[in-house]
Ligand binder design. Structure first.
Ligand SMILES: Nc1ncnc2c1ncn2[C@@H]1O[C@H](COP(=O)(O)OP(=O)(O)OP(=O)(O)O)[C@@H](O)[C@H]1O
Ligand SMILES: [Mg+2]
Length: 260
């Protein structure tokens, strides 16, 4: 996809699960080569949106195009052009990291030799070469996530979907995963990632779409959105909260009149 093309376009997408509304007029446009952060709380509709955009779920209404193809009319073509890292890990626990990657390569119809070569490249890129022949059951959460990312990149897809890539990871591992995502973007991959963390969207995304109750309620660059929320704010937590201690801490002197 060329820079300036639209990589992901969803227009008025609707989805109900047995009468319960999950997406309610969801609209989103993501330019090629950019990272979009879909930010929202539990149950907002993030996974539903990702499943529809990646052909795994049919919407009840609306239009969806990904990588230049219509998701409903041409799901096969879309599948060849996307990668998906789901909210739950998709790798096999019993197999080693290398075996997982070779298996996924073959599932993508690569000949065995090419699947092995690609596995080696991806193990190297995600710093898993040392653990390549160990069973995934012994991997840390961060190693599993890196392997998940690697499996989604076997065919070097131009559009990548990451559903909550760092939920449940410790802060250091989260930074490792962020670095992996940043390196992908350097390659020109378009990324849609969902997250519940403003900080994560702020770190990674060119634009953020805030989703709530199945629709996008705000959209813009991280700076535009932060400006809308208001100026900087200082929150102070004290163990023994007295107002003049807080005042002293913030200003360096005691208040002149006793607070009532
Ligand atoms: N298979 C299903 N059957 C019934 N309701 C569902 C199903 N999947 C999701 N829902 C409901 O649809 C709404 C949107 O769910 P979704 O999983 O898309 O949210 P989410 O933003 O991904 O949340 P989370 O941050 O918890 O992953 C929620 O109210 C959820 O309970
Ligand atoms: Mg979800």
């Amino acid at each position: 996809m060329a820079y300036g093309d639209t990589a992901i376009e969803a227009v008025d997408v609707r989805k109900r699960y047995r009468g319960k509304v999950a997406l309610d007029g969801f609209d989103l446009t993501v330019e090629a080569g950019t990272v979009c952060g879909l930010l929202g709380p539990n149950g907002a509709g993030k996974t539903t949106a990702v499943r529809i955009l990646t052909t795994l779920l049919r919407p009840d209404g609306g239009r969806v195009r990904v990588a230049g193809r219509d998701v409903l009319a041409d799901p096969r073509a879309v599948r060849y052009r996307i990668g998906l890292v789901g909210q739950d890990t998709s790798v096999d626990e019993v197999l080693s990291g290398r075996q997982n990657l070779v298996l996924f390569g073959k599932l993508c119809h690569l000949p065995t030799a090419a699947a092995r070569r690609r596995a080696d490249e991806l193990l190297e890129r995600f710093e898993l070469t040392g653990a390549a022949d160990r069973s995934v059951a012994g991997y840390s959460g961060g190693m599993r996530r890196r392997l998940d990312l690697a499996t989604s990149l076997i065919l070097s897809p131009p559009v990548l979907f990451l559903d909550e890539p760092t939920t449940g990871l410790d802060p250091r591992t989260r930074i490792d995963v962020w670095a992996c995502v940043k390196s992908l973007v350097g390659d020109g991959t378009t990324v849609l990632l969902t997250t519940q963390y403003l900080e994560e969207a702020d770190q990674l995304a060119d634009r953020i779409a805030v989703i709530d109750a199945g629709r996008v309620v705000a959209e813009g660059t991280p700076d535009e959105l932060k400006a809308k929320v208001g100026p900087d704010r200082v929150e102070t937590v004290t163990r023994k909260p007295t107002l003049d201690e807080v005042f002293l801490h913030l200003t360096g002197h005691r208040p002149t009149t006793e607070p009532s």
